[in-house]
Structures are given as structure tokens and as C-alpha cells.
Design a protein around this ligand. Structure first.
Ligand SMILES: [Zn+2]
Length: 329
């Protein structure tokens, strides 16, 4: 982490970071985990003879690996927010919400995924834990307002959580880091002209949904606060980490977030069914550590991570475990 250390040694950046901390929030310890067995109830329609890659087994195996490593004993179990609908309605159109609510079972589970994200934001914002991971599904970063599932997503979990952090807890500037293999198009769209959210996404923009052009940097007051980094098929740890060092760290220093949300998609890991990057679990450890370092510098450690993609059942579980182990460290 030499680059990180060099970055921190810049005295002016360090002072700015300290000045950014709201004085009213105390120092919290511990890592929260959001999980609810109802997340397994959502099953996407199968193509003939195929198992849908966004399947309940992703979470089943993840929770098994957490237990095998004893992580379930180390985390603080967090409750889902009781009523996510006002936050969902504040972000999505009523047409979209009513349409999704009409989808049997999955519409309700999509609400519970948002409820998990809000519960994690509440716990971190209120200082009950320092950071949190949501082992939730369905994912969210492709969910616009089309009235239907897009890219396995129904509600824009990260965007709704960011707004909740701002409107309910008074945070001013939210950094959203999206390391999923796919571009977080709905997150970009939500904040494209918004100066209160810095969005950083690494992805393969040849892949679904075909967005994420690096030349798109935001507009109006949000100009410069949308950072798209394209990475080629075969991307390895060093290329990903270099992108973080060269594009994220200076932008975060200038932005001075007071809350961090991670769209944690593990389809950027090697051997994914839908992705073609070659990241090892160590990359997820190091990205997590860097995100935590940013949180230490600017947000009093406050960081909420939300599961997005990840379709190799074993690989997804191992990378998520590496992520959670680092959050706990
Ligand atoms: Zn993805």
C-alpha cells in the first residue's frame, strides 16, 4: 500500500480529512452484517433448462463460508429497516414502484434488500457499528425506473441508501465505490448532476448494460463527480489497484466524503460466469482496505457495503468472505 501511504503523507490532505468529520458522531467499533433468510425466496425465471445465475445459492454458500471461518461469530447482526417504502418512493417513480410491487414474491424481497441497506446505514450512522456488509439480494445498481427488473435488479439499493444517509442522518457528501464487473448505470443516472455524491465505478463497458463511458464525468454541479473506469477482459489485481490509486484517491481527497457506500459486486473476481476479469480474493482485501483507509481519513470509519453481482457460487462466497474479514480487521 505504498501509494496509499504517499497519499496520506500529503499534509494538506490529512488536515482536510480531519476537518471533514462531523463533530457529533462518536467513534464506533465492530462490523455489522445484514442477512435475512427471506432473501432466498426470490427466484428469477429460468430460461429453458438453465439455472439463473442470480440464484439463492449465492447467499446460501456465502453464509456457509462465513460460518466456516467463524465470521458469523464476529459480526454484529443488524436488523432490516422496518419500512423501506418511503425511501424507495423518494427515489423511484410511483409507476416503477407499483409495477415492482405487483411482482409476486420478488417485489417484496426487493423491498427487503433496500430495507437491509437502510438498516445498515442506520446502524453505521448511529454509531452502533463502524462498518457493515449486506449479504442481500436482489442487487440494485442497474435498477432505473423501467417498471421491471433490469440486470437482475429491481430497486437501486445503493442510491436509495445514499439518499437515506443524507436525508435522515444529515450526511452531506456520499462516496459510492462500485467494483462490480458491470457498470453501475442506475447509480450513475441517479447522481449524474448531483454535487453531493461522488460515484466511482470500475467495469468492463463492453459488457451489460453497455454504459460506463469514461468520458462521461457528470454534468452541471456534478461535473467531475462521476468517474467511470473501463477495464479490459483479463484485468488482474495490479490493473484494478492502479485504477484506484490513479483515479479514486485524489478524487476522494478533493471531495471529502462523510459517508462511504460500496457496491460490492464479486463478478469482477476470476472465474465468474458473467464477468471476464481475473481478480483474486486478495484484490478484494486490498480494495476493502483502501476503502476503509478512505473512511478512516474522511468519514470516521463509516462505510456500508452492499452485495451486487457475483455468479460463481464458490468464488462469490470466497471473495465476500475476504471482504468481510477485512471489514472486521
Ligand atoms: Zn455485475
Amino acid at each position: 500500500m505504498t501509494t496509499r501511504r504517499q497519499f496520506v503523507s500529503d499534509a494538506s490532505m490529512g488536515l482536510l480529512g480531519l476537518a471533514a468529520l462531523p463533530a457529533f458522531v462518536g467513534r464506533a467499533d465492530g462490523t455489522g452484517l445484514v442477512y435475512d433468510p427471506r432473501y432466498l425466496d426470490h427466484v428469477l425465471p429460468l430460461r429453458q433448462g438453465e439455472v439463473h445465475p442470480e440464484r439463492p445459492l449465492r447467499l446460501v454458500r456465502m453464509m456457509e463460508v462465513f460460518a466456516e471461518r467463524g465470521l458469523d461469530q464476529e459480526v454484529v447482526d443488524l436488523a432490516l429497516a422496518a419500512d423501506p417504502m418511503s425511501a424507495i418512493r423518494a427515489h423511484h417513480t410511483s409507476e416503477h414502484v407499483e409495477s415492482v410491487r405487483g411482482i409476486e414474491v420478488s417485489g417484496r424481497v426487493a423491498e427487503l434488500a433496500v430495507a437491509g441497506a437502510l438498516g445498515a446505514v442506520d446502524a453505521v450512522a448511529e454509531g452502533r457499528v463502524r462498518n457493515a456488509f449486506c449479504a442481500s439480494r436482489p442487487p440494485g445498481h442497474h435498477a432505473n425506473n423501467t417498471g421491471r427488473e433490469e440486470g437482475f435488479c429491481f430497486y437501486s439499493n445503493a442510491a436509495v441508501a445514499a439518499r437515506h444517509a443524507q436525508t435522515v442522518h444529515g450526511f452531506q457528501r456520499v462516496l459510492i465505490i462500485d467494483w462490480d464487473y458491470h457498470h453501475g448505470n442506475a447509480t450513475q443516472n441517479a447522481f449524474y448532476d448531483d454535487p453531493s455524491v461522488l460515484f466511482f465505478s470500475t467495469h468492463d463497458w463492453q459488457a451489460y448494460p453497455g454504459t460506463g463511458d469514461p468520458s462521461l464525468t457528470g454534468e452541471g454541479d456534478g461535473t467531475g463527480l462521476n468517474i467511470n473506469v473501463h477495464l479490459d477482459c483479463g484485468t488482474r489485481d495490479v490493473q484494478m489497484l492502479r485504477a484506484w490509486d490513479s483515479k479514486l484517491l485524489s478524487a476522494a481527497a478533493a471531495f471529502r466524503p462523510d459517508f462511504i457506500i460500496v457496491s460490492a459486486g464479486f463478478d469482477s473476481r476470476q472465474d465468474d460466469l458473467l464477468g471476464c476479469f481475473d481478480l483474486t480474493d486478495d484484490a478484494f482485501r486490498r480494495m476493502t482496505r483502501t476503502a476503509m483507509d478512505l473512511a478512516e481519513d474522511y468519514t470516521g470509519g463509516r462505510l456500508v457495503s452492499l452485495l451486487e453481482g457475483g455468479y460463481n457460487v464458490e468464488g462469490n462466497a470466497l471473495a465476500a468472505a475476504a471482504h468481510l474479514e477485512t471489514l472486521l480487521s
